[in-house]
Design a protein around this ligand. Sequence first.
Ligand code: AMP
Length: 404
Amino acid sequence: MKVLVLNCGSSSLKFQVIETATAAAPGERDRKLARGLIERIGEKATCRFEATGSRPHAEEVFIRDHDEAVQKVLAWLDSNYRARLDGVGHRVVHGGDHFTTSVLIDEEVIAAIEALNELAPLHNPACLSGIRASQAALGPSVPMVAVFDTSFHHTLPDYASVYAIPYELSLRHGIRRYGFHGLAHRYVALRYAEITATPSDQVNIITLHLGNGCSASAIRGGKSVDTSMGFTPLEGLVMGTRSGDLDPAVVGHLARREGIDVAVVEKWLNEKSGLLGVSGRSNDMRELIEHAREDERAHLAIEIFCYRARKYLGAYLAALGGADAVVFSGGIGENSPHVRAKICEGMEWCGLEVDEERNAAVLGVEERISLPHARIHVYVIPSDEELLIARDTTSIIEKGRVDA
Ligand code: AMP
């Protein structure tokens, strides 16, 4: 089945066309046929598209909104890659309490996603524009599926998801820990099960998704039982520009002392903090590692980043009562032996032992990097959210056909 995967960010649009193996042909493999990215929607945007069998395309052009961006992608796909699409899978950031699995999109689903805009004001409206624009362009004959970044974490027990604030306030405003990056954690858990031949309901692991955004997840019996991002993707680990955990009193204190609105502080915590805020240099881990020797603050930023990740490892080992493996993913997790080694440093006490040589050799590929006898193994598994979206889209469309 040929599936277009659309991933609309606040000012970007990523896409892939994936030919998925269908249930009817179990020996088949998924094939990636095209992909691309539009950045800086709303101004002079950069577009980069590529497809198997055609020349890569790059241009800078003004793109007004997501509607226009989707039309641009579809027009390019149409002229470079004429195959008919069987379905579209949309990544939707926030599914709230409402969506615990991926769903076929209809008017009711659209209204429910719209009702969640308040919880994800930058992201859900962009996803909705992507849904509407592709519906308008492709018509009702192409089914569409919404795949949610929060739904993998709907299994969090209430003691892990409820904040210790007045309960009525939590209820009134839908405040709880929803968790994000669900597609990345779910994909990694699935792949871990496949490569270690572990039945999926016996997967007990800690996943560390470390990219520009970072989150950890504690997975028991294949289900997420805790995760570091909470009500918003600001909580938890230190990230490229986000602070992660901090004393909530800092927000009011900064607003009063600097004489600014709370919204400005929130912006600082989201956009000017994390690796960028501490180093004053960059949100890019590669650059910080490059300059850590001569730049004390770059060094400090890396130290804080790794220390906080190690604290979460310890916390999740306690939450799970031990784990079989720790899995790294994301741009940093997949590509930085230095960061992986630093996070795992001094964890031998619990049986987590990294093989230095293997760790140094593994860049962006799926591999075990722990010593053979380690009680807790360590893996690198590059995440592939788009593939999971395409597979969910295929299985929901196929199921719909069987049910109909
Ligand atoms: P992502 O958001 O998953 O694309 O990850 C982006 C992050 O991965 C940035 O901080 C990059 O600096 C980091 N990254 C990519 N390659 C490397 C590398 N070889 N070493 C360290 N960090 C890397």
